[in-house]
Design a protein. Structure first.
Length: 217
């Protein structure tokens, strides 16, 4: 796996590169700004770009803007955005760039190399990854009254794991449910959220978007 790192802290970049090397991930480029990153990505496309959400010059959402540009210019490249805080609106914006090969994780989680490597592998495979801690924090927030209130407690558990990018098989293993039961819960979630089959829609991502928007404060 080949990745590019974009973070204004040289110490963080070098430390993360060393950590990734221990699990066989090749860091092919490092940059401190979006202006440095975009030419590197275009010249030698990696499998995934890992970006801090706050980059120079304003340290607001430059990383997210860069992620959106990468998704637009190079849709085949995965993007993992790192954030110090669980900001729901950022997760929603990232999901709106596409439904495949994207991730949003807390920055202080990257020292868990197994979890990071698992996230990168799922992103390369075209999956959607939202950090489990972010999901947990969002679940703890007060929500506006929405159609999500129609979901049962078990269905909310299923949506939580869908938000983490888990497959039906993985959901079943974590919740100790049979594949058929998971399929029934997922189908029920789609019906309750008004998500009916359409050729151009990914209903799993749309369900996660509805949930994230309901938790946005």
């Amino acid at each position: 796996m080949r990745v590019a790192l974009v973070d204004d802290s040289a110490l963080f970049r070098r430390g993360l590169a060393m950590l990734l090397a221990t699990v066989g991930v090749d860091v092919v480029a490092q940059a401190s700004t979006a202006e440095e990153a975009l030419p590197c990505v275009a010249a030698d496309p990696p499998d995934v770009v890992i970006l801090d959400i706050r980059l120079p010059p304003t340290f607001s959402d430059e990383g997210l803007v860069t992620a959106e540009r990468i998704r637009s210019l190079h849709p085949g490249i995965g993007v993992l955005v790192l954030s110090t805080y669980a900001v729901t609106s950022y997760a929603v914006r990232l999901l709106q760039t596409g439904s495949e090969g994207i991730g949003y994780m807390l920055k202080d989680r990257v020292d868990d190399i197994d979890a990071l490597h698992d996230a990168l592998s799922r992103i390369v495979a075209g999956g959607l990854v939202i950090d489990a801690e972010i999901v947990g924090r969002l679940l703890g927030h007060e929500r506006r009254a929405t159609e999500l209130d129609l979901l049962s407690e078990r269905e909310r558990d299923v949506v939580k794991l869908m938000a983490e990018g888990r497959s039906n098989v993985a959901i079943g293993q974590q919740l100790y449910l049979s594949p058929k039961t998971v399929e029934s819960h997922v189908a029920s979630v789609f019906v309750k959220l008004g998500l009916f089959p359409a050729p151009d829609d990914n209903r799993r991502v749309l369900a996660v978007l509805k949930w994230l928007r309901a938790t946005d404060s």
